[in-house]
Design a protein around this ligand. Structure first.
Ligand code: G3I
Length: 367
């Protein structure tokens, strides 16, 4: 028997024994645990697999062990945003983003950063700015230049503009930034500033519900076209992919194929699959879990089927169910690939199967 198959059969036996022991140790009423992953998520993929991270995770040995094993890229979930960095008096604090950056570097993981300009964040330092003393545009320029410049040479990319499109697809969202610096011009300005601060970082425009709201997706694509036509250094397109477990099959594939037509790198930037944010609220949990697994496979397979130059990264928005922002909305939600104990669910195996499609060439490049 070759080394690989011997190793494989031994892992299978060990994995089954561990899974069995874990099952026996659990109350009989609880669902059986899925077996361990044969191959980590990052080793199953031909592109970076990431997760979001908070500084509080870095003090959890089990999270650290899981993230090191499974992921080759990290995105600060909130501590690289204005809400953490920009103090009410206009000063900046970088202790936590610096710690996350150092952790990524120490573990050979890429650092992806979010976000610079977001309608949802308008810190007092800007809202209450004394414009008789400090020009708003100068403060805006200084923020982007300082923050992007600080991680120059480490950050592989930035969400420069986040969630700019109105949910109903009727134009762009109103925001403090648009009011002060122009609906379109503030976005163009942000991309130019980020490019000047870090010429090597890939600069993204990022949004959500692109796979489920056709009008919003159309408006997003038209905004991308307008930015590119205006010469804005848009280097990539972020599809957040906060999915509902009953999203019809094929929607993610069609969305990634449509985005691929721009010829730019694509980042599935915030993937999770909610069991609670579903249309069919009374569907059996097991059926929703099957839908969740199918969507993890489809998303990974569709991404793996993109041309290599366009496979920027696939990032999970929470490795374990208890890490997910969605738990704050519904304690019963279980949107992540790993359970609260960091054990792989069927969703993790489904994700791994989809990622592997690209590895073994089963994913057909989609033109
Ligand atoms: O950890 C602190 C806690 O110590 C403190 O007591 C508490 C109250 O101030 O705040 C806690 O931090 C919160 C953090 O999440 C961790 O839970 C922040 O206030 C809160 O603003 C932050 O929310 C994040 C949110 O973006 C806003 O930044 C979520 O974690 C994060 O998942 C969410 O991510 C967004 C993406 O950026 C954009 N797409 C949608 C996605 C989900 O909303």
């Amino acid at each position: 028997m070759s080394g690989l198959s011997r190793g494989l059969s031994r892992r299978l036996v060990l994995g089954s024994a561990v899974a069995l022991a874990a099952c026996e140790g659990r109350a009989k009423s609880q669902p059986a645990l899925a077996p361990p992953l044969l191959k980590s998520l990052k080793d199953s993929a031909t592109f970076p697999v990431g997760t979001c991270v908070q500084v509080s995770h870095l003090d959890q040995p089990l999270w650290v062990q899981l993230a090191r094993a499974q992921c080759s890229q990290l995105t600060p979930e909130w501590e690289m945003k204005m809400e953490y960095i920009l103090q009410p008096d206009g000063t900046y604090r970088f202790d936590r983003p610096d710690r996350i950056a150092a952790f990524a570097k120490a573990n050979g993981q890429r650092l992806y950063c979010t976000t610079l300009v977001w309608y949802a964040q308008k810190p007092d330092a800007f809202v209450k700015l004394d414009e008789s003393r400090v020009n708003f545009a100068s403060a805006f320029d200084n923020y982007i230049t300082t923050v992007v410049g600080r991680y120059r040479g480490q950050a592989v990319g930035w969400d420069v503009v986040n969630e700019a499109v109105a949910e109903d697809g009727e134009g762009w969202r109103q925001s403090l930034w648009a009011d002060k610096l122009g609906d379109f011009d503030h976005m163009r300005r942000a991309f130019d500033l980020a490019k000047a601060a870090d010429p090597h970082a890939v600069l993204f425009i990022n949004d959500y519900n692109l796979e489920s709201l056709p009008k919003k997706f159309d408006t997003f694509q038209r905004l991308v076209e307008r930015l590119l036509k205006a010469g804005a250094p848009v280097g990539g397109l972020g599809c957040q992919s906060h999915l509902a477990a009953d999203l019809p099959g094929g929607a993610m594939t069609r969305t990634l194929q449509a985005l691929a037509r721009f010829g730019l790198p694509i980042h599935v930037s915030e993937l999770d699959v909610s069991l609670s944010r579903v249309e069919r609220r009374f569907a059996p949990r097991a059926e929703l879990e099957r839908g969740q697994a199918a969507l993890y496979t489809e998303t990974a397979e569709a991404f793996a089927g993109l041309p290599e130059a366009q496979r920027f990264a696939l990032t999970l928005w929470g490795l374990r169910d208890k890490d997910s922002w969605l738990r704050g909305e519904n304690a019963a939600d279980a949107p992540a690939p790993f359970n609260d104990d960091g054990w792989p669910k069927d969703a993790a195996h489904a994700l791994s199967d989809g990622l592997s499609a690209g590895l073994y060439g089963n994913a057909k490049p989609r033109r």
